[in-house]
Ligand binder design. Structure first.
Ligand code: PEP
Ligand code: MN
Length: 355
């Protein structure tokens, strides 16, 4: 249920209602919006306490949350979440561009990529130090040495670091170096891992599992939000279908669909979504046209020699060309990659589709 407070509700009234919700055995989640405060009362119990909560001081109304996910739902928060760290802003009118190699392979490879993607307009650097590989015989990543290389790239370029964490035990180590913790497709339903990143004070980029539905993605994000971390970005990275010409099938419709249901920002990964570097620039542009709040793109100094995912990695030159196209589409749909300091961002909430 959502306890919607009256516009002028006092701090004491809000505190009182939080206490009431918790007394009833429900978990409270408070959202202070620009116009009103709402308290999401979350738990298994359905509507049985609705009437008693409705008679509380300062309460405007109590409404049920219809979606199976709660904190992620637009029903609970009608303002778009913007995730920010350093030069990366994702959400609402902000378009974040996260670019870099699939895997951190060496200092030279990562630093040269960081310099090139920054020069072309990326706002964050990606790079895997812990790699979840399909085969145990494939390169597994440089682990902490890779994290140190990423930190050196940040020190030089200023770009915040997005890197994957593959197990709950690695969360403290990865969080020590990373600015954004990436949860990969293979781990979307690793609930102990979701809970572990939920208690860290760093944004999380949660990728869709290759066979997960969008509801399952939203419910996975709920584990992170519920644990306390509100800085979650969802990522469409393609799903497995009968089609084999592309590595995965990238549903662009996920972007407007998710925007109709959640306030969380949506990132698209056209590199894994297509699996072919030649398909990446146009698909990235299509994602932005569909309203994506961010892109995550693989870039490598020499894709032919990459230790992972070279076939889908852009060269520096191709990334520069892709950015020219992305910028033009972003401008057409009212998204900004580098907003001017102090510039206002219009809050846009598309009406939720009737289920
Ligand atoms: C990656 O980003 O390199 C990666 C492993 O992606 P995914 O989890 O989407 O397969
Ligand atoms: Mn990859």
């Amino acid at each position: 249920m959502i306890v919607v407070m009256k516009p002028g509700a006092t701090k004491e009234q809000i505190e009182h209602m939080i206490q009431r919700v918790e007394e009833l055995g429900l978990k409270s989640h408070v959202i202070h919006g620009t116009e009103r405060t709402v308290i999401a009362a979350i738990g298994d119990k359905r509507d049985e306490h609705r009437q008693s909560l409705e008679s509380g001081p300062g309460v405007a109304e109590v409404v049920p949350i219809l979606a199976p996910y709660k904190v992620a739902s637009l029903e609970v928060k009608r303002e778009r979440t913007v995730v920010r760290t350093g030069s990366l802003s994702v959400g609402n009118c902000h378009l974040g561009i996260i670019a870099g190699p699939c895997s951190v392979e060496s200092e030279e490879q990562t630093l040269s990529t960081a310099r090139a993607v920054k020069a072309a307009g990326a706002t964050a650097l990606r790079g895997g130090a812990f790699k979840p590989r399909t085969s145990p015989y494939s390169f597994q990543g440089l682990k902490e040495e890779g994290l140190k290389i990423l930190a050196a790239a940040r020190a030089e370029t200023g770009l915040p670091i997005v890197t994957e964490v593959i197990g709950p035990a690695d969360v403290p180590l990865v969080a020590k170096y990373a600015d954004v913790l990436q949860i990969g497709a293979r781990n979307m339903q690793n609930y102990p891992l979701l809970e572990a990143v939920g208690v860290v004070n760093k944004p999380v980029l949660l990728k869709r599992g290759a066979s997960a539905t969008l509801d399952e993605l939203l419910l996975a994000s709920e584990y992170i939000l519920n644990a306390g971390n509100q800085n979650v970005m969802l990522c469409e990275r393609g799903i497995r279908t009968f089609e084999t010409h592309t590595r995965f099938t990238l549903p662009v419709a996920s972007v407007p669909y998710l925007h109709e249901r959640t306030h969380l920002p949506i990132i698209v990964d056209p590199s894994h979504g297509t699996g072919h570097s030649s398909l990446v620039p146009r698909t990235a542009a299509a994602a932005v046209a569909a309203g994506a709040d961010g892109l995550i793109l693989e870039v490598h100094p020499n894709p032919e020699r990459a230790l992972s995912d070279g076939f889908q990695s852009l060269t520096f030159e191709q990334f520069g060309e892709a950015m020219d196209l992305i910028r033009r589409v972003a401008e057409a749909v009212g998204k900004k990659i580098e907003p001017a300091p102090g510039s206002r961002c219009r809050v846009r909430i598309e009406s939720a589709a009737a289920n």
